[in-house]
Ligand binder design. Structure first.
Ligand code: C5P
Length: 302
């Protein structure tokens, strides 16, 4: 019997190291980056429908488009095309990942929709096939399928698993105004016309393998941070407030404006988060741990 409802959970990400080279002829930037999935997630629920439709609740409700530009819509469409079937599915996005926050919320929805529709339509695509489709949807979508901790090369879509030990504890400081990823990259080009080969520091990979949060904190780096701060100068104050509150380190997450603070434990995270809120610089904080799983099925009916 055909399946009647599939629920998939899809995680947000933070880049522990985001090394960016000079812009390529195709407009993308060569990257070497370490992604980590964290347990802040969107739920994607798919059910058969008369036509393709996207319904969105939570973060981005009323502002994020639910038509053909929505990445989850595009994911269902490319998967159906590949399978030679009609994309007749209703996709409900229950969003907790901030929109335009540098945490790959849109990519998580695309990865979630791919995995959910694959299960609903019982297509049985291999992981390699899913990753290939994911790359056609966006640079971060393959990582959102994979989850865990991965080294990304190319435009971030070529993945190699990174060995990690233990759990990292994070506090994220959200912003009310998002940043456009292309705008941040353009600002990066302006600030760094001489950008060289992107290289992740092997010391970060060693600290991850050893389960050494202090070493990981020393290795956190984001080449896009100066560009994000140039577009939203107040983020410098948020970063300072987090380290003054005792975080091991703080960086802008991806293209921002979310700021990510590495902390030692759940309790340490609570205290950093309370101090950040008391600073008056941050309206919302979220605590999360990594690594978390990539997009995965949590319920199937029918
Ligand atoms: O791949 P995705 O659609 O998520 O990329 C959004 C934008 O981010 C691209 O249009 C490009 O401006 C920028 N980008 C980039 N280099 C990358 C990834 C993204 O310049 N490696």
């Amino acid at each position: 019997m055909a399946r009647s409802r599939v629920t998939v959970r899809a995680s947000a990400k933070v880049n522990l190291s985001l090394c960016v080279g000079g812009v390529r002829a195709d407009g993308f930037h060569p990257l070497e980056t370490v992604f980590q999935a964290v347990d802040l997630y969107d739920d994607v629920v798919v059910t058969p429908a008369a036509e393709l439709e996207v319904v969105l609740r939570g973060e981005g409700e009323g502002t994020v488009g639910v038509g053909p530009d929505n990445l989850a819509w595009r994911a269902a469409k490319v998967l159906a095309e590949r399978a030679g079937i009609a994309p007749h599915v209703r996709i409900e996005l229950d969003k907790r990942i901030p929109v335009a926050g540098g945490m790959a919320g849109g990519s998580a929805d695309a990865a979630g929709a791919l995995v959910a529709c694959d299960a609903l339509w019982e297509l049985g695509l291999t992981r390699a096939e899913l990753l290939e489709l994911a790359a056609s949807l966006g640079s971060d979508v393959p990582f959102s399928v994979a989850g865990g901790t991965e080294l990304g090369r190319g435009r971030g879509d070529q993945l190699t698993t990174v060995l990690t030990r233990g759990t990292l504890h994070w506090v994220f400081a959200m912003s009310d105004d998002g940043l456009s990823t292309p705008a941040v990259y353009r600002e990066y080009d302006r600030l760094r016309p001489d950008a060289g080969e992107p290289r992740v520091d092997p010391a970060l990979l060693a600290a991850l393998a050893a389960g050494d949060p202090t070493g990981v904190a020393r290795g956190l780096v984001n080449d896009l941070q100066a560009a994000a701060l140039s577009l939203q100068p107040r983020l410098a104050k948020v970063l300072r407030a987090g380290t003054e509150a005792g975080a091991l380190a703080g960086i802008v997450s991806g293209s921002g404006p979310t700021c990510a603070f590495l902390v030692r434990s759940v309790d340490h995270g609570l205290s950093v988060s309370n101090e950040l809120q008391a600073s008056g610089l941050v309206t919302r904080t979220v605590r999360a741990t990594g690594p978390a799983r990539g997009a995965h099925v949590v319920a199937v009916e029918g």
